[in-house]
Ligand binder design. Structure first.
Ligand SMILES: [Zn+2]
Length: 337
């Protein structure tokens, strides 16, 4: 996957500064943005983005009892003004899976924790699974596959050997990387070709479908959950021409604002990937903040158009506490809150 030199340098500098940021949190307030994807019963899928409802409930209880949960926009405003309060944490979800409404919302309500759900708006309505889930089904959800896949993508012919079933997961990641950098039409054409090759049954799994418009309205109706833009088709924006990036970013926001009648202030880059043009577009389009890929804590003065987030896995309560306490929030004891 191609990255600009500037982006690579920024990432390297961010990584190099990590030890200093951890040490500074002993002395200086600092918080975190947490990212979840699916909240659902245990899932052995390849992506590792599902947290069980039991673990999620334990995470939220810990946040409410020992941290200062706040909305993402509030945390970004504190970051800009240089006044991040001790142990500030914002909770976010990516993509718009239906389980966010079914399993996460009741827990957020029970512990009174605000959250932002970033929605890939092209999938609202749930007619198809998100493209990475569909790709998983096409490769891992069938008993037999042809031994070779030939795929034409944007005028290039790619060949993949599928001789051993054990190679399927490696192929999944190879194709995932190839498809994420494509504009929507080219990706859909590739998926159609893979579907025809795989002969997998064309079905949308109920437990991982995207939310409908009505479900998104229910999720956000009481204001505890805010909706954020996450592109239309969920590409790696940094691989796309500026005009395509702008259309993805603008249309995602427009759809959500038309649906809810509310202004959409936040954007999260799909996969966390962006380049200088992506950041410029998000600013020009009038967003207040954007979230990027770096897994790190938040400090006062951080750029609110490249806010780092930490992806939470299906961690037990002790693991969640360890990550939060040792890597993300500052060392103010909970009793001072
Ligand atoms: Zn996403």
């Amino acid at each position: 996957m191609f990255r600009s030199h500037r982006e690579l340098i920024c990432r390297a500098l961010h990584a190099a500064s990590r030890p200093f940021r951890i040490v500074r949190r002993w002395f200086k307030p600092g918080g975190a943005i947490l990212t979840y994807h699916r909240i659902a019963p245990a899932d052995s899928g390849p992506y590792g983005i599902t947290t069980t409802p039991e673990h999620f409930a334990a995470h939220m209880e810990h946040l409410r009892r020992t941290c200062r949960p706040m909305s993402l926009t509030e945390l970004a405003a504190c970051t800009s003004s240089g006044t991040v309060p001790p142990r500030a944490v914002a909770v976010t979800f990516d993509d718009g899976y239906v389980d966010n409404l079914l399993h996460a919302k009741p827990v957020l309500d029970a512990w009174d924790i605000p959250a932002t759900v970033f929605v890939a708006t092209g999938y609202i309505g749930g007619e198809r699974e998100f493209w990475w889930d569909e790709l998983e089904q096409l490769l891992l959800g069938v008993r037999e596959l042809p031994r070779r896949l030939e795929l034409e993508v944007s005028g290039h012919l790619y060949g993949f050997a599928v001789a051993d079933p054990a190679h399927r997961e490696a192929l999944l990641w190879e194709l995932n990387t190839l498809l994420r950098g494509l504009p929507a039409e080219a990706r859909n054409a590739a998926l159609t070709a893979i579907r025809s090759w795989s002969q997998a049954v064309d079905r949308t799994r109920e437990d991982r479908r995207p939310m409908t418009a009505e479900e998104l309205l229910r999720l956000s109706s009481d204001g505890r959950v805010t909706l954020g833009a996450h592109s239309v088709s969920h590409p790696d924006l940094s691989c796309l021409p500026v005009a395509v990036q702008r259309a993805e970013i603008r249309e995602s926001r427009r759809s959500l604002e038309a649906l809810t009648g509310q202004l959409v202030a936040a954007h999260a880059h799909p996969f966390g990937f962006c380049n200088a043009e992506t950041v410029a577009i998000v600013k020009e389009e009038g967003f207040e903040l954007a979230c990027a890929a770096a897994e790190s804590s938040i400090e006062a003065g951080d750029d609110v158009f490249s806010l780092p987030r930490y992806i939470v896995r299906d961690w037990t309560s002790p693991t969640f506490r360890r990550v939060l306490e040792h890597h993300l929030v500052d060392r103010h004891p909970a009793r001072t809150l």
